[in-house]
Design a protein around this ligand. Sequence first.
Ligand code: MF3
Ligand code: CO
Length: 372
Amino acid sequence: MTTTTVISTEQQVCQGVNCDKAATLQCPTCLKLQFPNSFFCSQGCFKDNWATHKAIHKIAALVNGPPAEEGGSDPWPGFKFTGSIRPHYPLSPRRLVPDHIARPDYAETGVPLSEYSVQRSNAIEALSPEDIDKMRVVCQLAREVLDIGLAAIRVGVTTDEIDRIVHEATIERGAYPSSLNYNGFKKSCCTSVNEVICHGVPDQRKLKDGDIVNLDVSIYKDGFHADLDDTVPVGNVDETGLRLIKTTRECLDKAIAMVKPGTLYRDIGNVIEKHATSQGFSVVKSFLAHGVHRHFHCTPNFPHYGRNKAVGVMKEGHVFTIEPMINEGTWKDVMWPDDWTAVTQDGKRSAQFEETMVVTKTGVEILTARRG
Ligand code: MF3
Ligand code: CO
């Protein structure tokens, strides 16, 4: 129980049983939950009535949903948020990309037409050694950009500021930030905090002590896309949060260790799910690993969960991501009405790691790995 707060100048009557004194102290929990008229005449009366009063909090939380974060907005009347993260609008104005930087086909229209044209086929392209050289270059630049973005993450920084830093680091390297206007996405990276599984849109929310945040960077240069992400703690994160992050990285590493010619794409999910569940965590089902090279998203597409029916066998020259999203609670996701932000259905946290890789003659090369 915390102390009460003075907020009312109007006449209120104390909620204490058998007390009808004038009251100016409001229960801080009711205040957060936007539950009205819970005033008390004194700290003592509040304490005496605590055992019965606190039952109201459960009911108020059920009726009103969890408390909105300070400074957050509620632009979607009737939408039930699953956790405590809220959008913090307005988004900053669209960031510009200088004319000399080559753009993917969707940069102006938002529509990735060339991706649609290859989506009907199940064929997986094997890249030539020359193309793989180009992938190596863009993937290493993307790792640099991600590391610059990660270095800016600390308590009090807005996710929009992270987006600005990522955007500038990307264009400084002569690259286009692949997410910008991809199917209408408004920013140059994704920032997914706590219960946000993926595709969080950078906004005016300040990172808080105890948050976990995934930064997802994708860039396009010389005709090729690179895609990677990491999850990091902000300030002091509890033991479960740190274990969630560590387990997610281990899931990715165990999956990558299976990559070699002849491995079935559908088997990747089995090792990820086995490790995640051994730690009491679950695997997100709605978002898949994907091919990435001339297109931002192409074949192969395969789930991170076990016993799936993905088609295809790995062959030398195949280039794709693996990007498991691992949840503290349920695997189920809910989409915000912005049609991008995916959150956990139970409001518990989610972590993700992603690398872009190429199948080699004998195994795998992690193109986005931090080198040197
Ligand atoms: N980078 C994400 C992925 O891993 C895709 C982001 S699409 C965006 O596949 F439009 F949301 F940026
Ligand atoms: Co990806």
